[in-house]
Design a protein around this ligand. Sequence first.
Ligand code: SAM
Length: 257
Amino acid sequence: MAWNPSQYLKFAEARLRPAADLLARVTLTAPRTIYDLGCGTGNVTRMLKARWPEAAVTGVDSSAEMLAQAAQDSGDISWQRLNLADWEPEQPADLIFSNAALHWLPNHAQLFPTLMARLAAGGMLAVQMPRNFSSPSHTLIEETVRQGPWRTKLEHLLRPPPVGTPQQYYALLDGQADKTEIWETEYLEVLAGADPVKEWIKGTWLKQFLDQLEPCERSAFEADYAQRAAQAYPPLPNGKTLFPFKRLFMIAQKALR
Ligand SMILES: C[S@@+](CC[C@H](N)C(=O)[O-])C[C@H]1O[C@@H](n2cnc3c(N)ncnc32)[C@H](O)[C@@H]1O
């Protein structure tokens, strides 16, 4: 999918908060090699570099658009354009960090043990993924797809929730970890403006559906989804819209030997 950095960054502050919450729980003192997987526009990568300025920090992403934005304010950071399914560090990493990206990859049963295997002894894997695929913001995408004239064009994009339960990730990480911390947080996002939930989702999950449609059909699909989202998340009398958003966090420290 082609990403649109400006649409994604409309909610930059809210999207960064989970990354900061995850980073706060990473207890490594002086990691030497750090990878930010699915680094996007590099906002989180820059936070990693700011915390550990001596470390070699690399942001990895497959999107040319997102990496072009990242490179505009590069600092002393390396950027790699690569599909994460093919990513392998030159040497075992001290920290593999990933915020809001790994839910785009399939087969977590294989992916997570592989990421653990790519850590140095004592290194950490720190991951945050949304776990809101059963909330109206996402189930209404399926409803819009199935109930409109675009059904045959879009139905093949519908798939089961890509993120498992905390217990499933514990089982995937525990075999190689000395210490595992897994938790969930539901943020209550307070959004402003017209159709804010549609605008939020349009920066991420909704985009893959919109991209398949011609401009006229795309506007109709967007309006249909916006109407459903506005009913599920009605604006308050003060004009704000409350958008509960559940996210899954995990940190696993690789055993020393
Ligand atoms: C929601 S953005 C998150 C960006 C950044 N981590 C942040 O927190 O702001 C997800 C990013 O994952 C990247 N991504 C998704 N699937 C990928 C894949 N298979 N390989 C590499 N990058 C991928 C996208 O290109 C996008 O930049």
